[in-house]
Ligand binder design. Sequence first.
Ligand code: PMP
Length: 426
Amino acid sequence: AVERVHERRAKYVAGAQSTYYETPVQMVRGWRHWLYDSAGRRYLDLINNVAVVGHSHPALTAAAARQMALLNTNSRFLYDAMGEYAERLADTLPEELHTFFFVNSGSEAVDLAVQLARVYTGRRSVVVIEGAYHGWTSDVFALDTLPHDRPRWREELDEHVHVAETPDPYRGRHGARVEPYLESVRRACAEAGPGGGVAAFVVEPLLGSQGGIVPPPGYLAGAYAAVREAGGVCIADEIQVGMGRTGSAFWAFEGQGATPDIVVAAKATGNGHPIGVVACRPEIAAGFGRRAGFFSSTGGGPVSCRVGTAVLDVLRDERLPENARTVGTHLGAELNALAARFPEIGAVYGEGLYRGVDIVEPGADKKPAPAAATQICERMFELGVVIQPTGVELNVLKIKPPLCFDNAAADYFLAQFTRVLEERAQ
Ligand code: PMP
């Protein structure tokens, strides 16, 4: 029974390794954009920007099973799956970013990217955006400026980390004016100067941990220019936003009209199977040497790479980025219509199937309403929709479903969401 599952987990697994819901609910099966619990209830999955092609896709199951039955071993043997996956990833990326490293997760990928930038530049400082989350390894924790994801035992920001202002057109100090935000990046780079200069600038092309904020046009290209001017390397964290989710481009940096020096991807890469990718300029990779400068025993293993390749196949064959654009446009328009109708919605963020709904206190000038956001998520759960709050104030509902999400699923979500907003307005 679900109580037994809950008890056993609580007994043996650290409390910090928490679950989305405190109420015991045991998910036993997933299919496309649906999750099923042990009582047979079905939930629409809006949280899951991991299962990018949908849950339990048969092509992925087959690819994993086939390779698992043949060989899954240390990544330091020569096998074709890694080269094949790298070649397929290269097809999606600009020519200068065709050198890859493979690891197991997003945190490891960001950590490795920062190490590469540090070795390449011979410097240590990193510039990040306020309210960012980039992962959990020791060095990457130091980059996290999102208050609630920052472990309490790590209160001080690392002395090598410098923070630039969030380029937030809705709530930011400078509205949609791009220049003051670029100035803030220049200032952070200059601050890094005394410690030996900036090694890297790490940013999500659309700001996922801040709620899915789209920076003002020209921000990313301008920030990259400022960082390069200061001698730093630009790292795009595409872990949440990449792989067709925004609908406008396969990688979000393309949609923002800028090209980084290093791209990191994870989550969606393996549709739940662990695989993290670092794509970089060849001269940056060269900093680690030619042989044995780096290895990860399971990162980029045969099964991971076959699954990664199968994810790319499905994205292409089922035209899922195009679907993200079509369904995302419909969803965005309907969410904006709800924002016009309900004063609890302050803003709608994002592009494609990468969306955030900013919940505010009505009439209180954009004041974030985290308690209301939590209540909305709890009520949505009762109505069979899995959705969670995100953002610096935890007041933004994040909507990042699998990219097989169709108009019927979007309308199902919109109907439940409208119902909840109506109940609350009474
Ligand atoms: N960067 C971003 C933007 C993320 O959202 C996450 C995961 N939430 C990470 C890095 C870390 O990835 P992982 O959990 O796979 O280590």
